[in-house]
Design a protein around this ligand. Structure first.
Ligand code: NAD
Length: 243
């Protein structure tokens, strides 16, 4: 059971049909928030406390609908968690231009669109934005050029937005490491074993462990935290096996 950390709050969460976004919705509900859940995929049967919006986060029209929904259905917006992402694995010289553009649009531009549409509402009562970056913002890994560029961009964007919209709105960024979600489907056993071996925790992270960090950054427990990055990676970026 939650502690009511988001009692009375209204939150927008994106990428909620799967993985970390679904876990964030579960945790926000436990903390007594009401949630507008945005995903390009259909999200199934409705749940109490959740208003599902089907749409592409890279499309400005989706964000106009989300902001309208927050205003008309709830009259407020307190939390924005931009979490949806896509990944296409290929080295830069083999990555199609359309796949570059799509990853930058969904993984980076969407955060700009989200804030553009929602910041007026967030400012009214004081709010919190949490962006989902990745350890790919900190280290180079093969075959992720556009994904890494977008995730690195989110770290800078988060800092920038914190400066622009403080003191009313706090903006922070989470950087997950290897978290076992459907995004890992299609990644082989050997790659999984190496990822786990690269953590100090000696295991994959769970979506609810990222949701706990997002909840901290979304609620008043982090009232003096803004413009910050929180790495949630079981020590993956701390571990090195050579000098
Ligand atoms: N799982 C990991 O190991 C890991 C590691 C680092 C960072 N992350 C980040 O955490 C976040 C969540 O990852 P996950 O593992 O839960 O992913 P996931 O693939 O399980 O879920 C992503 C969700 O985003 C939705 N989505 C994709 N494109 C969209 C669009 N254009 N509009 C709306 N929704 C869209 C998908 O339908 C899906 O429901 C992402 O930002 C990801 O980059 C994940």
């Amino acid at each position: 059971m939650g502690r009511g950390l988001l009692s009375g709050r209204v939150a927008v969460v994106t990428g909620t049909a799967s993985g970390i976004g679904a876990a964030v919705v579960d945790r926000f509900l436990q903390e007594d928030a009401r949630v507008i859940a945005v995903d390009v995929a259909h999200q199934g049967a409705g749940r109490p406390g959740v208003l599902a919006v089907t749409g592409d986060v890279a499309d400005a029209a989706t964000w106009r609908r989300v902001a309208d929904t927050a205003r008309t259905e709830f009259g407020r917006l307190d939390v924005l968690h931009s979490n949806a992402a896509v990944v296409v694995r290929a080295p830069a010289h083999e990555l199609a231009e359309s796949d570059w553009d799509r990853q930058i649009a969904v993984n980076l531009k969407a955060a700009y669109l989200a804030v553009g549409a929602c910041v007026a509402l967030l400012r009214e009562g004081g709010g919190a934005v949490v962006l989902s970056s990745s350890v790919h913002a900190l280290v180079g890994l093969p075959a992720h050029p556009a994904y890494a560029a977008a995730k690195g961009g989110l770290v800078s964007l988060g800092r920038q937005l914190a400066v622009e919209y403080g003191p009313e709105v706090r903006v922070n960024t989470v950087l997950p490491g290897p978290i076992l979600t459907p995004a890992w489907e299609g990644i082989g056993e050997e790659d999984r074993r190496r990822s786990v071996a690269g953590t100090a925790a000696a295991r994959f992270g769970r979506p609810d462990e990222v949701a706990a960090a997002v909840t901290f950054l979304a609620c008043e427990e982090s009232s003096y935290v803004t413009g910050a990055c929180l790495v949630v990676d079981g020590g993956w970026t701390a571990v090195k096996d050579s000098a």
